[in-house]
Design a binder for this molecule. Structure first.
Ligand code: CO8
Length: 260
């Protein structure tokens, strides 16, 4: 598929999706969401892709939210349908079997923060700003922000951000556990790709199992979570990668994972 609102690249096991509507600070409109969905179809179909990195075009914005000019035209039903469309597509990012890193290179507002929150972790540039400003527009976050943000940073901090609509800096976002690491803008992508390469060198089966165990475990009690972990562990032990990893340790050599 030819993309106009995103740039989709894949090389050496790492896919990169760059949100690319710089004139609107990479705001999410319906066409962009459709393209994102199609790119994810390509990723799912390509066994060689082991890690996905999301970022925004330019040095000013990751994603400045849903496209407000489009939102303003919606009636109630269209608004609900757009919210569900965004939720489903953003949900697919979270559910992807491979790790997903958000490289937030500027504004991550509204749907932009919500997109980043669905990734497995967030790296940010020093100029990045996070926020859920929907309240200022007389609406609320609609792409999962009221659900994922409290789970990540706690309900009180999340409510403060959601009720005030205020932006926080990358440094503050790191302090409250929303962002893992902050880099100068010039080195953000290289750092994200460096981590992506380190992850891509690990076994695909164990990465998938680790992601599923953490994600599924977050929604259940500890005892149930430990059962989920044990099942995921068993899948790894039965895999070729699991056998190769332990054998390589004993034979004092680097493991050659095949992804099976
Ligand atoms: N949508 C559309 N266009 C946008 C958006 C946006 N979200 N953000 C910026 N733009 C456009 C501006 O209109 C401007 O266009 P133009 O040059 O044609 O006037 C251009 O991008 C540059 O923006 P600014 O001139 O405003 O740049 P500043 O540096 O002065 O300000 C800000 C940058 C602070 C990021 C400012 O642009 C801003 O506040 N943007 C809106 C941020 C926002 O409120 N985002 C939340 C949107 S709502 C949302 O995400 C809900 C998600 C769930 C939806 C559920 C659906 C029902």
């Amino acid at each position: 598929m030819a993309y106009e609102n995103i740039i989709f690249e894949a090389a050496e096991g790492i896919a990169t999706i760059t949100f690319n509507r710089p004139k609107a600070l990479n705001a999410l409109n319906g066409d962009l969401l459709d393209e994102l969905s199609a790119a994810m179809d390509e990723i799912v179909a390509d066994e060689d892709i082991r890690v996905l990195v999301l970022t925004g075009a330019g040095e000013k914005s990751f994603v400045a939210g849903a496209d407000i000019t489009e939102l303003a035209t919606f009636n109630t039903l269209q608004g609900k349908m757009f919210a569900r469309k965004g939720q489903l597509i953003i949900g697919r990012i979270q559910e992807l079997a491979i790790p997903v890193i958000a490289a937030v290179n500027g504004f991550a507002l509204g749907g932009g923060s919500e997109m980043a929150l669905a990734c497995d972790f967030i790296y940010a540039s020093e100029n990045a700003m996070f926020g859920l400003p929907e309240i200022t527009l007389g609406i609320i976050p609609g792409f999962g922000g009221t659900q994922r943000l409290p789970r990540l940073i706690g309900s009180n901090r999340a409510k403060e951000m959601i009720f005030t609509g205020k932006m926080i800096s990358a440094a503050e976002a790191m302090e409250i556990g929303m962002v893992n690491r902050v880099f100068p803008q010039s080195s953000l992508m290289e750092e994200a790709l460096k981590t992506a390469r380190a992850i891509a060198a690990k076994g695909k089966v164990s990465l998938r199992a680790a992601k599923q165990a953490v994600n599924s475990g977050l929604n259940v009690d500890l005892a149930t979570g430990c059962h989920i972990e044990a099942d995921a562990f068993a899948i790894c032990m039965a895999s070729e990668d699991g056998k190769e990893g332990t054998r390589a340790f004993i034979e004092k050599r680097k493991a050659q994972f095949k992804g099976s």
